[in-house]
Design a protein around this ligand. Structure first.
Ligand code: SAH
Ligand code: SF4
Ligand code: F3S
Length: 513
């Protein structure tokens, strides 16, 4: 569907075109389209359509005059960045931002569905918002993000959370003005969640958080369908932005003085696989971006399966391409990896790490690990521990497996007691802590380059920033160095952070001052 057709169908209601089997009419809600995981799973050869035609309809101009919005974001950087886009749309409608819910006329929860506890936080927050809505029925409360893409969540909200005025999905963000408009007019809950969407809209407005670091989407969606993961259902099929649009955005950020860009995708190594007319891939993109005058370029997340030699070759050129790679392994057991459908083995992963280390000897590797996957044996868990040691990761994000309704793993018989899963997590976390502390020790006495982000969260008299390898560094220095690259001499190495003394602003920066 293109933008024009979308506008045409806007007031056709209720339209359950994408999930006809669901009937919400018993709740007398205004439903445009409700989610269907089954539909979300279907991946056809639909063409990816690029749009440059987003604009705020004249009817909606000034909708936000005298009104304020508040967005609470859960989940990954992708969601954080979607929040920046929604903030841009709100600004375009004339709304002002606020950082307290009490002050807001519109409250959005941009949700994450990755694990059960992520979802519980949102339901808890909706509970907290109920008295506010009762006191002030004129405020609008909306649920968007990945949870909105789940049928079960939408049903639950419909049944038990009548404080919610609107639910819209990850493919419907650009529809925010229409959804708000409808929510103001309607007494019922407005639901618009498209289960399938293959389009890319290039000219959505954005209000970025800060002016030092920026996120840049390079692709959307995920086609990997790891058996435990909900993301391919909530974010749709893999679709890459065109290189020229990405390069232009990064150039623009550089010219605005941003110092760091993080390229975003669920599986950035699959970048370009959907291009039919060329073989431009992630390595080529990195090779082009490296020529842009911006100090640091990161990317997240890398899937080991598509990490090719050309990319390694390009990353080895260094420069503004940082020497830190987040490379989620999930498990050290080939058998577990197989039923996770990760499509690589322990040996393949170790070989990839070997190749990366040969090309980039100074590289820092971090990872994600899931423990307690259905039927994970003690031996298989042990393989995760040995792999962790063998690779020598600096840090890992570790999770207990959480069944997600609609995914293949949720149907697997899970015979591992929660007690055992918790013990495994504790054991792994102990190793992660020990190895992180070990990786920090050599920093003591060295000088590192830090991009200063602002005051430390724990102590306002101290400034904080990150090294190229993403190590948090705390130090005292004048406020004027915020947003700059500085040299810091490390005086103390802790488990998760470093303390140091300010030496001075990095030379190349001085020239620019
Ligand atoms: N696209 C990224 C991961 C995004 S989700 C990648 O493939 O690397 C971030 C992490 O959450 C995953 O790496 C995984 O470790 C964890 N995760 C995803 N689904 C999960 C589930 N059902 N239970 C527990 N952890 C999960
Ligand atoms: Fe989920 Fe796997 Fe896709 Fe990552 S690659 S988002 S873990 S399905
Ligand atoms: Fe969560 Fe969706 Fe990101 S499920 S991790 S917010 S892609």
């Amino acid at each position: 569907m293109n933008e024009e057709q979308r506008l045409d169908t806007e007031l056709v209601k209720p339209s359950l075109e994408k999930s006809a089997e669901k009937d919400y009419s018993q709740y007398f809600q205004t439903v445009y389209t409700a989610p269907s995981l089954k539909e979300a799973k279907k991946r056809g050869k639909e063409e990816i359509t690029y749009h440059n035609d987003f604009e705020i309809d004249e009817r909606f101009q000034g909708m936000g005059k005298g009104r304020k919005f508040y967005i609470r974001t859960y989940g990954c950087q992708m969601n954080e960045h979607d929040t920046e886009v929604m903030a841009g749309i709100f600004a375009g409608l004339g709304y002002e931002p606020t950082d307290t819910v009490e002050d807001a006329n519109v409250i959005l929860l941009n949700t994450c569905a990755i694990r059960e506890n992520a979802e519980n936080k949102v339901f808890g927050e909706l509970g907290h918002l109920k008295p506010l809505k009762q006191r002030n029925p004129d405020i609008l409360i909306g649920v968007c993000g990945c949870m909105s893409q789940e049928e079960s969540v939408v049903n639950k909200i419909l049944k038990t959370y009548d404080q919610v005025d609107m639910i819209f999905g990850t493919h419907n963000i650009h529809r925010l003005p229409h959804i708000l408009h409808e929510a103001y007019l309607s007494k019922e809950m407005v639901i618009e969640v498209w289960s399938k969407e293959g389009d890319i809209i290039e000219n959505l407005p954005k209000v970025r958080h800060g002016n030092i670091k920026a996120w840049v989407n390079i692709m959307y969606g995920c086609d990997k369908f790891c058996t435990y993961c909900i993301v391919p259902y909530t974010r749709g099929k893999e679709r890459s932005r065109r290189p020229e649009d990405i390069i232009q955005e990064v150039r623009h950020l550089a010219s605005q003085g941003y110092k760091e860009v993080t390229l975003l995708g669920q599986n950035v190594n699959a970048y370009g696989k959907d291009f039919e007319d060329n073989d431009y891939r992630f390595g080529d993109l990195m090779d082009d971006l490296r020529k842009i005058d911006i100090p640091r370029i990161r990317f997240t997340t890398s899937h080991p399966r598509d990490f090719d030699d050309h990319l390694i070759e390009v990353l080895a050129k260094g420069g503004n391409l940082v020497d830190h790679i987040h490379l989620p392994v999930q498990s050290g057991s080939s058998d577990t990896l197989k039923i996770m459908a990760r499509k690589y083995t322990r040996e393949h992963y170790l070989e990839l790490v070997r190749k990366i280390r040969v090309a980039i000897p100074n590289v820092t590797l971090t990872t994600d690990i899931i423990v307690g996957f259905p039927n994970e044996t003690d031996e298989q868990f042990e393989e995760t521990i040995t792999l962790y040691k063998e690779v020598g990761f600096d840090i890992a994000y570790t999770y207990i497996y959480s069944p997600r309704e609609g995914t293949p793993a949720a149907k697997m018989v899970d015979n591992i007691p929660m007690e055992v899963k918790k013990e495994r997590l504790q054991r792994l976390n102990k190793l992660v802590n020990d190895m992180s502390a070990e990786a920090m020790k050599p920093y003591k006495g060295t000088i590192v380059e830090v991009l200063v982000e602002g005051e430390s969260k724990k102590n306002s008299k101290v400034l904080a920033g990150y090294t190229e390898k993403n190590k948090l560094v705390n130090f005292k220095a004048p406020q004027s160095v915020v947003g700059k690259l500085v040299n810091i001499k490390i005086t103390e190495a802790k488990t998760w952070s470093l303390d140091g003394e300010f030496i001075g602003v990095v030379e190349k920066e001085k020239v620019m001052l």
